[in-house]
Design a protein around this ligand. Structure first.
Ligand code: OOG
Ligand code: MG
Length: 263
C-alpha cells in the first residue's frame, strides 16, 4: 500500500460526494500516481463501508471489463470487480432521473442470482452454474465519476467500477437447458437496435466472469453470499444515453427489461 488510511478514507468520501453532488472529478491517479492495486481496492472497500454505515445494503457484486468490446472501448485490459447497493436497483419498467447521473452509459448484461454461497478459491463455470438459482436480463447503468469517462484500471477500481444503477427484468430462468454462450442479446434505444451480441462475448461464458469474481473475493477472504445478484459484465460496448431515452434489452429465452431516463 502506498497511501495511508486517512488518504484512502478521504478519497472514498470524495467519490461519494461526486455521486451525491452529480459532478465529475479528475481520476485519482492524477493526484496520487503512486496509488497501487491494494490502495485501489482499499478505497472501494472504504466506500462500501461508508455506504453501509449510512444504511445502504449490499445486494450483490459485479464484474466489468469482461468482454473484448468493453476492453476496446475503455482501453484497459483486465477484469475489475465492484459491489452493488440496494439503492442502485431500478424498478422494472421504471424511470431513472437523468439529473441524478453525471454521464450515464448502459450495458447489456446477464445477471446471476445465487441460491447458495459461492466461495473460492478454485471456483469454475460448473460451480457457478450449480450455485445459480436463475439468470435474468440486466441493464447496467455505469456512470464513471471521472471526467469524460477516462480512467486507468486503478482509478476505476477505486470508483467501484463506475457502478451506478441496474435494472433486472424479463423471465428468470434456471440454467439447466440454457446455453449461456449462444444466448443472443439485443440492446435498443428509443426502439432502434443499437448493440448486439451473444453470451460468449463475456470471457467465453458469462459464468466464467462470476467464477473470476468469486475467486477474486476469496483472495480477500470474502465470498458471494446466497441470494446475491451478480452482474457478469457488458456483452457489448456501452452506449451513452440522455434524458428522454427509453432503453430496452432483449435476451433470447429470457424476455425483456427496460426503463426510461426521465428529464
Ligand atoms: C467500467 C465498468 C465496466 C462492464 O460491464 O464491463 C463494466 C467502465 O467501463 O466504466 O461495468
Ligand atoms: Mg457492467
Amino acid at each position: 500500500m502506498a497511501l495511508d488510511r486517512a488518504t484512502i478514507a478521504a478519497l472514498a468520501r470524495h467519490l461519494d460526494d461526486c455521486v451525491r453532488e452529480v459532478r465529475d472529478t479528475e481520476k485519482l491517479t492524477d493526484r496520487h500516481p503512486e496509488m497501487d492495486w491494494a490502495d485501489a481496492y482499499a478505497i472501494q472497500d472504504a466506500w462500501r463501508a461508508l455506504a453501509t454505515a449510512q444504511g445502504a445494503r449490499v445486494v450483490g457484486f459485479k464484474a466489468g471489463l469482461t468482454s473484448v468490446a468493453k476492453i476496446r472501448q475503455m482501453g484497459v485490459d483486465s477484469p475489475v470487480f465492484g459491489f452493488l447497493l440496494d439503492r442502485f436497483a431500478i424498478p422494472e419498467g421504471g424511470e431513472v432521473a437523468a439529473s441524478s447521473l453525471i454521464h450515464p452509459r448502459i450495458e447489456p448484461e446477464i445477471a446471476f442470482v445465487l441460491k447458495r454461497k459461492l466461495e473460492g478459491p478454485g471456483v469454475h463455470v460448473g460451480a457457478v452454474l450449480a450455485a445459480t438459482e436463475f439468470v435474468i436480463p440486466a441493464i447496467e447503468v455505469i456512470d464513471s465519476r471521472y471526467r469524460d469517462f477516462k480512467f486507468d484500471l486503478k482509478s476505476v477500481v477505486a470508483d467501484n467500477t463506475s457502478a451506478a444503477r441496474f435494472a433486472l427484468g424479463g423471465q428468470p430462468r434456471a440454467v439447466a437447458g440454457l446455453d449461456l454462450r449462444t444466448l443472443g442479446v439485443v440492446l435498443s434505444v428509443n426502439g432502434e437496435g443499437r448493440a448486439f451480441g451473444a453470451g460468449a462475448a463475456v470471457l467465453g461464458h458469462p459464468a466464467a466472469a462470476v467464477a473470476a469474481l468469486a475467486n477474486h473475493l476469496a483472495a480477500r477472504e470474502e465470498a458471494l453470499p446466497e441470494g446475491s445478484v451478480v452482474l457478469s459484465g457488458g456483452v457489448t460496448e456501452a452506449l451513452a444515453v440522455r434524458a428522454g431515452d427509453s432503453v430496452l434489452l432483449e435476451v433470447q429465452s429470457l424476455g425483456v427489461v427496460g426503463f426510461r431516463l426521465a428529464a
